[in-house]
Design a protein around this ligand. Structure first.
Ligand code: ADP
Ligand code: MG
Length: 596
């Protein structure tokens, strides 16, 4: 932190002194570059941090600038009141664009946002109120305590103040629980949902941020140029903005700023050959995407790949405190649940009841509906018929994040760690138990957010220590051996303090030692008062670990009882004939259908 401040101080001083050495025109170029930097931060937040493709950023920019232009020139409203309304208008546009993001993602979202951007250009080019192709040219100079903002030099200081504010806010958001959830959603929205992140609200938040930054940039632009015309907000500039963010490094706010400032100057230098310049940007963007996907911001890490002196080691698991058993109420009750996919019946009248502090095994041949059952319990699927009760309350139809907040945690058959988040951040996502509606605190009570973040970090250290993962805290999951990734996933699930833990084939891909340690961890989790349901193919583990076993076959429960009784049940033996229980794990690894 102190090092950062030391680095920041000379940059701030240089930024402050910059106008002293510049000619009038260069000053103007700098003023425009700063506006692009604000826009780029907004795009970086939506696209890089939250993973929402947004080609409408230039339209938010335009809505901000045009709203100021229209309100000041047509209604005679003062500049600043118009500016406030302009930012609100851009945010409203962000909300509007966010709605399709609730239903579609990736390239579909790209097409929809592009369509909205084109629609905006079309409208301003044709609407009389927006001055058609000629635009609006009588925007007043923003008044500010008698300071003459028609000077590009003085305007620069206004921009600098606004820029510092929006930069600090963006950095604050990305380093907060909200930013972490946005990044988690970008990496894997299903897993993020299962850990308590309210995906629809998060997507809207990403677009609101986009609108906010677009609006602020639009206001600054209107005040600086005092003239708006359609070509400023065209697709060419959207592409330039994209290039800025991609070249700078979309997931890094500082990278976006560097990309924006750098490219703004390059564009100015290449103004005489602008047709070739467009092509040049295109080529550079392609090269960056292929060779430096993290852009300039990722270069230092790519060049100075840290040499680790010693290989990090897994430490032993620290068992939880045992809680004395209470009454044997039933934590999970599944009552006549049926799940149909079009023609296929994945679950047929499945009923089972799991009492508190039990380790319940779910076994059955591949395709017998085990994962589907987990998906129904954790809210990914809604049962076609039947009821799921948690602690006696019906929870059918609740979204995964609500179930997570109610104490359901799960792991996934094919591991779903957040790949671009560190192990610590993976844990931190689960530790955050707030509803997303807590968001207003980011504006109203930022210090409360910081305090909360600090307490989460303290607890993350405890979780990492308990699961022996301290030395891996800053590693990226995919760099870790498979067995450790599995353990991270269990640690992450437990970080959400569940009362019911669902483990989908936790021993798949583990070696003998690791399976032994897994059993020890799961027993300790049960003894701490958590109910565990585990899908498992390793029959040795099932027999030694589970208190009670339910056998599924073809979507039906065919046996239910203590492990030693179930194992000799003739119906179970028959179900497994031809589906030998000896080596199911390799087969299961090939079994590639979606495990969500
Ligand atoms: P298991 O985990 O026991 O191997 P699953 O629950 O994954 O089995 O699958 C049960 C059946 O449901 C399989 O036939 C599978 O193809 C089908 N199934 C699972 N999910 C879907 C889905 N989203 N759409 C269509 N069929 C599905
Ligand atoms: Mg499965």
């Amino acid at each position: 932190m102190r090092r950062r401040l030391l680095l920041l101080a000379p940059i701030a001083v240089a930024a402050w002194l910059l106008p002293y050495g510049l000619g009038g025109y260069t000053m103007h170029v700098v003023d425009v570059a700063v506006i692009f930097a604000v826009l780029a931060i907004g795009l970086g937040l939506t696209m890089g941090v939250a993973g929402q493709i947004n080609l409408a950023q230039v339209a938010f920019f335009g809505i901000g600038a045009y709203t100021v232009a229209i309100l000041t020139s047509r209604t005679g409203l003062g500049f600043w009141p118009a500016a406030v309304l302009a930012i609100l208008a851009s945010i409203a546009a962000g909300l509007l664009v966010g709605i399709p993001a609730l239903r579609m993602q990736s390239h579909y979202l790209g097409i929809v946002t592009l369509g909205l951007a084109l629609g905006f250009i079309n409208w301003v080019t044709n609407a009389g109120i927006a001055g058609r192709a000629e635009g609006i040219s009588d925007i007043p100079v923003p008044p500010l305590f008698g300071i003459d903002l028609s000077s590009g030099y003085l305007y620069y200081y206004l921009e600098l103040a606004v820029f510092a504010l929006v930069l600090v806010f963006a950095l604050f958001v990305t380093r907060s629980p909200l930013g972490r959830r946005l990044r988690a959603m970008r990496d894997d929205d299903l897993a993020a949902g299962a850990l308590g992140a309210e995906i629809p609200l998060l997507r809207m938040t990403a677009f609101v941020l986009s609108g906010l930054y677009g609006g602020v940039a639009g206001v600054l632009y209107a005040g600086l140029i005092r003239f708006v015309a359609p070509e400023t907000f065209n697709i060419g500039n959207m592409f330039l903005l994209l290039a800025m963010v991609i070249i700078g490094g979309r997931a890094s706010i500082v990278g976006c700023v560097i990309g924006a400032l750098g490219l703004a100057f390059v564009r100015e230098a290449l103004l005489d050959v602008s047709a070739f310049a467009q092509l040049g940007y295109g080529i550079v963007v392609v090269l960056v995407v292929v060779f430096f996907p993290k852009g300039l911001a990722g270069l230092p890490a790519q060049v100075f790949r840290r040499k680790t002196g010693e290989r990090p080691r897994l430490s032993p698991f620290v068992p939880y405190d045992e809680v004395p058993p209470a009454d044997a109420r039933s934590v999970l009750e599944i009552d006549q649940v049926t799940k149909r996919f079009k023609g296929l019946v994945a679950l047929q009248d499945v009923s089972l009841s799991v009492p508190a502090r039990q380790i319940r095994g779910i076994v059955g041949p591949n395709g017998s509906g085990k994962t589907t059952l987990f998906n129904v319990i954790s809210g990914f699927y809604t049962a076609t018929a039947g009821r799921v009760r948690l602690d006696g309350a019906s929870v059918g139809g609740l979204a995964p994040y609500r179930l997570s907040l109610k104490g359901v945690a799960r792991t996934f058959q094919n591991l779903r760690l957040f790949e671009d988040l560190t192990v610590r951040d993976n844990i931190l996502v689960a530790l955050d138990r707030t509803r997303t509606s807590w968001i207003w605190r980011y504006l109203a009570l930022p210090w409360a957010v910081s305090r909360y973040e600090r307490s989460l970090r303290g607890r993350a250290d405890e979780v990492l220590h308990r699961f022996g993962l301290t030395e891996f805290a800053d590693a990226i999951p995919r760099s870790l051996p498979y067995g450790i990734q599995r353990r991270v996933e269990i640690a992450r699930a437990m970080a959400s303090l569940p009362s019911l833990l669902l483990l989908d084939e936790p021993a798949a891909g583990l070696n003998g030692d690791e399976v032994g340690r897994l059993a020890e961890i799961v027993r300790s989790i049960r003894d701490s008062g958590v109910t565990v349901v585990v899908i498992e193919h390793n029959m040795g583990l099932v027999m030694s670990l589970c208190d009670h076993v339910t056998v599924l076959s073809g979507g039906r429960v065919i046996a239910d009882g203590p492990p030693d009784e179930v194992a000799v049940d003739p119906r179970v033996v028959e179900a497994y004939l031809g589906d030998s229980m000896a080596a199911p794990t390799e087969r299961e690894a090939e079994h590639e259908h979606a495990d969500r």
